[in-house]
Design a protein around this ligand. Structure first.
Ligand code: FMN
Length: 192
């Protein structure tokens, strides 16, 4: 059976580079028989603006955010997947606000004990899709480093599709057949 893959995108531009890339990656997953779902974190309804650090998730036996909204439902489903792909544009050398709000809600999937971390998601393969206007050193480098720390929670090396020098006009990106092929192959490899 193909792998179950969740792609969470976090660009406020619905028809921008990041979502375009995520769609191509999803096509690659499906083409290899994987089961893929895309969720746009920028369009979810949140009851709070990000994690409020209430620590309700750490005090409970459950691996659930106690704030119940669309984000917490998606986060709670993450352990059902084999691969979690986060897709973001580089904003000020880092994640977009929209994807970071989602990532912080994932705190509920981990119990940070003094000597170990408990999680129903410790089998997860993490992957990153990131787009930027500048070159690798204009923020993708920092983002990649930060993401590898998140992926390290599962003890696995992350897989990354980093795409520098993306034109702001997405129709130009659409015509980039080489990038499309790279994204498709990236998705196919995730499904293997
Ligand atoms: C608020 C903001 C901050 C940005 N910061 C950076 C940056 O630090 N480095 C960079 O290379 N590009 C930066 N960009 C450009 C975006 O990363 C780039 O245009 C990206 O492809 C946009 O993705 P989207 O089309 O999915 O929105 C920034 C864009 C915006 C709107």
């Amino acid at each position: 059976m193909g792998k179950k893959i969740l792609i969470v995108t976090g660009s406020p531009r619905r028809h921008g580079n990041t979502n375009l890339l995520a769609g191509w990656v999803a096509d690659g997953v499906a083409g290899r028989g994987g089961d893929v779902r895309i969720v746009d974190a920028a369009q979810l309804h949140y009851k709070t603006s990000g994690c409020t650090s209430c620590m309700g998730c750490q005090e409970s036996d459950l691996f659930r955010c106690i704030v119940r909204d669309e984000a917490s439902e998606i986060v709670a489903s993450i352990p059902e997947y084999d691969v979690l792909v986060l897709a973001t544009p580089v904003y000020f050398f880092s994640f977009s606000t929209q994807i970071k709000m989602f990532i912080d809600r994932m705190y509920s999937l981990y119990k940070f004990k003094a000597d170990r971390i408990l999680s129903p998601a410790d089998h997860l393969q993490f992957a990153l899709i990131a787009t930027s206007a500048g070159d690798y050193g204009s923020g993708l480098d920092v983002l990649e480093k930060s993401f590898s720390k998140i992926a390290g929670l599962s003890g696995k090396k992350p897989k990354t599709l980093l795409t520098p020098l993306c034109p702001v006009d997405v129709t130009e990106t659409m015509m980039n057949d080489e990038l499309k092929e790279r994204a498709f192959r990236f998705g196919a490899a995730l499904a293997e």
